[in-house]
Design a protein around this ligand. Structure first.
Ligand code: PAF
Length: 283
């Protein structure tokens, strides 16, 4: 596995592969890898001839009160995990290498970036779309893999790629789940055993909403069924239940008449869990 710390090095590496006609996939990450990331890497392996993983804790997507300084890092462990997955090259630039010269230009997807998480974290998605554009320009992949768990992120990135005619495919990887349905997250280990047992309420409520979607329900009915299921977990504090147009993320009301995404944020003690599911009404 080749470790590239400069843009020039990863560019040259990928250029040679592409000259050989090989299909290159990139998996952008901020490191401190877990099973969810490895799922993205495995999908990239299946779909391409070469896999590049990028590890970069991107300062421009953190707000002034967010945890950039304390963001967890473990480069040696990340590299060992990626090597074991058969990754061909890892791009690990410094902040200086990425943003040293310039840093005045941003890529922004207004609208989609300003709702939901974007409303809570102003500037976050602008930082994401800017660094992802840079990573695409540096690694020149045929495709890039992102997790569908961060639904708003992949939706914003898809829109950017479409609007700017970026010459690559965005591949979504379904949320990786524990045996009981809980979406995998590095936060799950911080749940108490009691909260861990109750946390299955998120995926159960999404399954109930999906079942209800077959009978042309109203958005209100869907919301009610989700909250009823979440209510069965006594420790669950519901932060938000959002039912939005799956593509535009616009708020929906009335009858479910198009593909919608349900986005949940539920707190158990100090741990905030998120989950999502796209539901489609039966025609
Ligand atoms: O999802 C992440 O880890 C980051 O937002 C990404 C896409 C690597 C950009 O920094």
């Amino acid at each position: 596995m080749k470790i590239c710390r400069t843009k020039a090095d990863i560019r040259d590496t990928v250029r040679l592969w592409r000259l050989n006609g090989e299909r290159v996939g990139v998996v952008p990450t901020m490191g401190f890898l877990h099973e969810g990331h490895l799922g993205l890497v495995r999908l990239a392996r299946q779909k391409g001839d070469r896999v590049v993983t990028t590890i970069f804790v991107n300062p421009t997507q953190f707000g002034p009160n967010e945890d950039l300084a304390t963001y967890p890092r473990d480069e040696a462990r990340d590299l060992a995990l990626l090597e074991a997955e058969g990754v061909d090259a890892v791009f690990i630039p410094s902040v200086e290498e990425m943003y040293g010269a310039g840093g005045d230009t941003y890529v922004e997807v207004p609208g989609l970036s300003d709702v939901l998480q974007g409303a809570l974290r102003p500037g976050h998605f602008r930082g994401v779309t800017t660094v992802v554009t840079k990573l695409f320009n540096i690694t020149t992949p045929d495709f890039a893999v992102f997790g569908e768990k961060d639904y708003q992120q992949i939706t914003v990135i898809r829109r950017m790629v479409r609007d700017l005619d970026m010459p690559l495919e965005i591949v979504g990887h379904p949320t990786v789940r524990e045996a009981d349905g809980l979406a995998m997250s590095s936060r799950n280990v911080r749940l108490t055993p009691e909260h861990r047992a109750q946390a299955v309420a998120l995926s159960r409520s999404l399954a109930s909403a999906e079942a209800l979607a077959k009978s042309a329900p109203s958005i209100k009915d869907l919301d009610a069924v989700i909250r009823e299921e979440l209510g069965k977990a006594p420790a669950a504090e519901v932060n938000s239940v959002d039912i939005r147009d799956a593509e535009t993320l616009e708020d929906l009301s009335g009858e479910l008449d198009r593909a919608a995404v349900i986005l949940l944020a539920v707190r158990f003690g100090t741990v905030l869990l998120i989950d999502q599911r796209v539901i489609v009404p039966e025609s």
